[in-house]
Design a protein around this ligand. Structure first.
Ligand code: BES
Ligand code: ZN
Length: 629
């Protein structure tokens, strides 16, 4: 195996010289200017030199303006923003007159302002919110967008404590606990504005820049557990509370029993407006969540288990670069499913893994031969690839499959489980690469060296495509496959919709969870695709009998449109286009546009044009690429 000479490996997705410094603390003060849609701020880094004689700071920036810089209280005149290097942004080089002092803490202060090209922020007009009265702002920094919010060492390899001060006309949440001591944060803009309120947060656990988060708007909160609040716009609050209040604390307790006690004090959730581009984002103390989770049936709470699990995998123990992203997401999916298994039984854990395996197969097929490199567990981003382009379900599912494989190979849960707190304790507060993960296994399982030696590490880490398929317990999935088989067996070119429909009934799926409906739809879609029969009438019948198109669950609706698109069901095209104007979660938007493009390219273009303003900048950019491809 081609192991790099230093561990953790250097991060290729930053232009900064982060490796020269250790960062102790970051104070950041922001003022939200709603009229100009910009953040003005002062960021103050307390840092020490790691090597002697460093003459300059190089920070990441992307479409931010830098006004003033000070080092240890003295203005630094010589700073400049280099020409943009897509997709990594523009290096900000700061050259003090003398070398940076080698001993003690240095204070680097930068006054800056965001621009309209900022990719980390989405500004919503009052009309784009549920309440229609108040504007709304939210951030999404993972993977490399923090640099468009403020100049920083934008790499998961660098962690810092934070004091956060935000001035806004509307309530604010951020990635820390509310400051108990109001004087804790400097708050440089306090004096300038009398109408705006000042909100202060403290993050006392060191976090990487991609976990910095801010949201402001008409936010209200309600309890969903002894250490948990849910925030949303007031009109949505009751339904958000209902969705999460039964499970949140159980998830936290279960995760604590698998890893170790929850370190962050509070676990709150913010439910965002529909343009939020992800299902969830594990911002510390304030998980951001898509409103598509609020389906009224508590069936999407596994996303909350997932974001919570990041409190250990990702937020305490962090991948050192996006090449090792599976250490964040693979571990998180593994823990998420362990939580589900502990609470609902092992068959449910396996059922979730079966759904994940299917997603992995689809992802591998989608990347195909041209982008095969993105199906490796460890990806190569050294050629300045955009981590957003490499993003897929592969690190999630290949990564969790790898951990499940290790669990079984080493002797099952009873043998593997003590390794979990060992690993998370060992790397707590640190950022690591996959080789250090491997070392930790060898270090812990000294009695199982021969077992570890038998692992084909090179293939697991670097081979593209699918890994060996695990043995799953299919007990929950079997009913889905059986019903799917009944539909496949009845296919015939001579049948009309009613001929199909009469043999099936809504009772077939009455007792199912929405995920069972997803497994059924995936299976039908696969089988129908393989069939030589024209499946259009059967697909119509399917919806007539089971009403998938009007499901309240976006996971189900998105699979339905895939099926309808494959069967060239024209009546669904405009409905799909309309639906794409209401969801901003990329997991649904991108496949939705892919389907629409394949059946009606013109409608896909028009739909994108019409909704461009609604989508988040990250989503907008990716759909634009998808539509051109
Ligand atoms: N951290 C991710 C979201 C993310 C990844 C944002 C990379 C930006 C870049 C988050 O924890 C996540 O994985 N969300 C999933 C939900 C999950 C249950 C798999 C999602 O958004 O669908
Ligand atoms: Zn995740």
């Amino acid at each position: 195996m081609k192991r790099p000479t230093e561990s953790p490996e250097r991060d290729p997705s930053t232009l900064s010289n982060y490796y020269n410094f250790s960062l102790n603390k970051t104070d950041i003060s922001l003022k939200i200017n709603w009229t100009n849609q910009a953040l003005r701020g002062l960021v103050e880094f307390s840092l020490q030199n790691k090597v002697a004689g460093v003459s300059q700071f190089v920070l990441d920036s992307s479409f931010v303006n830098v006004h003033k810089v000070w080092l240890n209280g003295e203005p630094v005149e010589d700073f400049k923003i280099a020409e943009r290097q897509e997709p990594l942004g523009s290096a900000l080089t700061i050259k003090p007159k003398q070398d940076i002092p080698d001993s003690g803490d240095n204070l680097l202060q930068i006054e800056f302002e965001t621009t309209e090209d900022c990719t980390a922020l989405q500004w919503l007009s009052p009309e784009q919110t549920a309440g229609k009265k108040t504007p709304y702002l939210f951030s999404q920094c993972q993977a490399i967008h923090a640099r468009s919010l403020f100049p920083c060492f934008d790499t998961p390899a660098v962690k810092s404590k934070y004091n956060i001060t935000i001035q806004s006309d509307h309530p604010v949440v951020s990635s820390g606990n509310k400051a108990e001591d109001e004087k804790a944060c400097p708050g440089v803009f306090d004096k300038e504005d009398t109408t705006a309120q000042v909100y202060k947060f403290v993050q006392s656990i060191p976090i990487p820049s991609y976990l910095f988060a801010i949201a402001s708007g008409d936010l209200s909160s309600a309890s969903i557990g002894p250490r948990s609040l849910v925030y949303s716009e007031p009109s949505k609050l009751d339904s958000c509370q209902y969705e999460f209040e039964a499970d949140t604390e159980n998830f936290i307790k279960t995760a604590e029993s698998i890893v170790f006690p929850y370190d962050w004090k509070t676990f709150n959730v913010l439910v965002l407006p529909p343009s939020f581009p992800y299902g969830g984002m594990e911002n510390p103390n304030i998980t951001f969540a898509t409103p598509t989770l609020i389906s009224g049936d508590r069936q999407n709470v596994d996303v909350i288990a997932h974001e919570l699990a990041h409190s250990w995998s990702g937020n305490l123990v962090t991948n050192c670069s996006w090449e090792h992203f599976w250490l964040n997401e693979g571990w998180t999916v593994y823990l998420e499913r362990r939580i589900v298994g502990a609470l609902h039984g092992e068959p449910h854990r396996h059922f979730s893994a079966i759904v994940g395996w299917k997603d992995l197969e689809n992802a591998v097929a989608n990347f195909g031969k041209t982008n095969e490199k993105y199906t490796q567990l460890i990806v190569d981003l050294k050629d300045q690839q955009d981590p957003d382009d490499a993003f897929s379900t592969v690190p999630y599912e290949k990564g969790s499959t790898f951990l499940f494989y290790l669990e079984n190979l080493l002797g099952g849960k009873s043998v593997f489980d003590p390794f979990i707190p060992y690993y998370f304790t060992k790397f707590k507060g640190k950022s690591l690469d996959s080789y250090q993960f491997k070392d930790a296994l060898y270090e812990y399982f000294t009695d199982h060296k021969d077992v570890l030696d038998s692992i084909d590490w090179n293939s697991w880490f670097f081979a593209p495509g699918l890994p060996p398929k695990p043995d799953f317990d299919t007990s929950i999935a079997d009913v889905c496959y059986q019903l799917s088989n009944r539909w496949v067996e009845t296919l015939s070119d001579s049948k009309k919709m009613d001929d199909y429909a009469k043999d099936f009934s809504s009772k077939d799926i009455e007792s199912w969870t929405s995920t069972q409906a997803v497994v059924f739809l995936n299976s039908v879609a696969d089988e129908f695709e393989k069939s030589s029969v024209n499946t259009q009438e059967a697909v119509k019948a399917l919806n007539k009998v089971y009403s998938f198109a009007s499901s309240s669950n976006a996971e189900v609706i998105s699979r339905w449109y895939r099926l309808a698109g494959n069967a060239k069901l024209e009546s669904e095209y405009t409905k799909l286009a309309d639906w794409l104007g209401t969801v901003g979660r990329m997991k649904f938007v991108r496949p939705g546009f892919r389907t629409l493009k394949s059946v009606d390219a013109k409608l896909a273009q028009e739909t994108f044009k019409k909704n461009k303003g609604f989508y988040h900048p990250i989503c907008r950019a990716l759909v634009e690429k998808d539509l051109k491809a």
